[in-house]
Design a protein around this ligand. Structure first.
Ligand SMILES: [Zn+2]
Ligand SMILES: [Zn+2]
Length: 114
């Protein structure tokens, strides 16, 4: 005699853990990217614009070329003492762990006499 066992997934007590990455302002430097407030200054090479305009001559014409400032890498500011927490980025990648389902009943240890 055949006996069929229905396939059943045990779902009770299943725990899901979701990890998401959140980009947010670094709490250490308040998003400035510098350890101290005096550590950030305007880039003198680009006047804080982050871009440098230069005129290139091409024959009879001149064309304006805008490039990212190499001194500040397009940031427009120079951080003399970068924040260690965010590596001077001003943004910290924080991974958040969210626990989904929690097991409704914790398995209590039974009386165990040994
Ligand atoms: Zn610059
Ligand atoms: Zn920081």
């Amino acid at each position: 005699m055949d006996h069929e066992v229905p396939f059943q997934a045990a779902m009770d007590g299943h725990e899901d853990e979701i990890e998401i990455d959140v980009l947010r302002a670094c709490e250490q430097c308040n998003g400035s990217g510098s350890e101290s407030s005096e550590g950030v200054r305007e880039c003198p090479a680009c006047d804080g614009r982050g871009r440098i305009q230069r005129i290139e001559k091409a024959g009879f014409f001149t064309k304006q070329v805008v490039t990212d400032c190499s001194s500040c890498r397009g940031e427009g500011r120079i951080v003399s003492d970068p924040c260690l927490s965010c590596d001077g980025q001003g943004r910290a990648k924080q991974s958040k762990q969210i626990k989904g389902l929690q097991s409704p009943q914790a398995s209590l240890p039974g009386p165990d006499s040994g």
